[in-house]
Design a protein around this ligand. Structure first.
Ligand code: HXC
Length: 257
C-alpha cells in the first residue's frame, strides 16, 4: 500500500513502521491515524509477520495530535466525527507492537506510545501530556493509560501541569521497559521484535491478551482467564512441539497451530 505520512518496511518477520512527518515533528493528523491503523491491520493479517516496531525520528516520536488540524474544529465536529475513536483499531491489533521512542512523545504522541505493548526508549526520550496548556485534555487514552502505567501521583501532576518526564524518571515509574543509547534504539527494538517473532505465534497472542486482561478484570477473573487460556494452549501442536524441543535440547519448529 502507498502511504504518505508513514513508512512501512518488512525486515524479515518484523514490520517496521516509521512516522514520517518530520517538519511537523510527526504531529498526528487524521491521515496518520488512518494510515497507521490500516498498516497495523495489514500487519496483523500477514502470517509472515510476527512483531511490529513503531518509531518516529531522532527529534520526535510524535509531538502530539495535530494542533493545526484541531484548531478549526468545534464541539459538533469532534463529537460527530468521534474524533480519535479510529485509534480503537490500533489497540485491536492482536500481534505485538513495540514503541521505539526517541525525543518528544507529547500529548497524542505519549498516548500513541502507550497504545503499544511496551515502550523501548532512547536516552533522549521525553514524555508528557501538555494538553492542559492548550486548554484541553488528553483525548487518546492518556489520562487512563498514563495513570495505570505510573500511578495517580505522577499522572495527575503531569496532566495538571504539562510537565515532561525525562527517560530516567519514565523508566523508574514503569512507563518505559528499557532505556537504550539513541543510536542503538531502532536496531535493538528490531532485535527484540525478532526474538518475539521467533516464538510460537498463538502463544504470543495469548500472552499479549492475558497481560492486557489485567487492566480489565478483577484479580480472580484475570487469573481464571489466564488459566483457561493456558489450558486451551494445550490443544495446539506448537505446545507439544515446544515441550518436546526443550527436552530434546533443540529449537522448536513452529506451525502456528
Ligand atoms: C502541529 C506541530 C505540533 C503539533 C510541533 N508542531 N508540534 N504542529 N501539531 N502537536 C510543528 C510546529 O508548529 C513547527 O511547525 C514544527 O512542528 C517544529 O516545531 P517547533 O515548535 O518549532 O520545535 P521546537 O521549538 O523544537 O519545540 C518542540 C516542541 C514544540 C516542544 C515539541 O513543538 C511543542 O510544544 N509542540 C506542541 C506539543 C503539544 O502541545 N502537544 C500536545 C498536542 S494536543 P512550523 O510550521 O512552525 O515550522 C494533543 C491532544 C490529544 O496531543 C487529544 C486531545 C485534544
Amino acid at each position: 500500500a502507498d502511504y504518505e505520512t508513514i513508512l512501512v518496511e518488512q525486515r524479515g518477520p518484523v514490520t517496521l513502521i516509521t512516522l514520517n512527518r518530520p517538519k511537523a515533528l510527526n504531529a498526528l493528523n487524521s491521515q496518520v491515524m488512518d494510515e497507521l491503523t490500516n498498516a497495523l491491520a495489514a500487519y496483523d493479517a500477514d502470517d509472515s509477520q510476527g512483531c511490529a516496531v513503531l518509531t518516529g525520528s531522532e527529534k520526535a516520536f510524535a509531538a502530539g495530535a495535530d494542533i493545526k488540524e484541531m484548531c478549526e474544529l468545534d464541539f459538533a465536529d469532534v463529537y460527530n466525527r468521534d474524533f480519535f475513536a479510529g485509534y480503537d483499531r490500533f489497540t485491536a491489533t492482536r500481534k505485538p507492537v513495540i514503541a521505539a521512542v526517541a525525543g518528544y512523545a507529547l500529548g497524542g504522541g505519549c498516548e500513541l506510545a502507550m497504545m503499544c505493548d511496551f515502550i523501548l526508549a532512547a536516552d533522549t526520550a521525553k514524555f508528557g501530556q501538555p494538553e492542559i496548556k492548550l486548554a484541553v485534555t488528553p483525548g487518546m487514552g492518556g489520562s487512563q493509560r498514563l495513570t495505570r502505567a505510573v500511578g495517580k501521583a505522577k499522572a495527575m501532576e503531569m496532566c495538571l501541569t504539562g510537565r515532561m518526564m525525562d527517560v530516567h524518571e519514565a523508566e523508574r515509574a514503569g512507563l518505559v521497559s528499557r532505556i537504550l543509547p539513541g543510536d542503538e534504539l531502532v536496531a535493538e527494538a528490531i532485535k527484540t521484535a525478532e526474538l518475539i517473532a521467533g516464538m510460537a505465534p498463538i502463544a504470543v497472542k495469548a500472552n499479549k491478551e492475558m497481560v492486557n486482561a489485567a487492566f480489565e478484570t478483577t484479580l480472580q477473573q484475570g487469573v481464571m482467564f489466564e488459566r483457561r487460556l493456558f489450558h486451551g494452549i494445550f490443544g495446539t501442536q506448537d505446545q507439544t512441539e515446544g515441550m518436546a524441543a526443550f527436552i530434546e535440547k533443540r529449537p522448536g519448529n513452529w506451525k502456528g497451530k
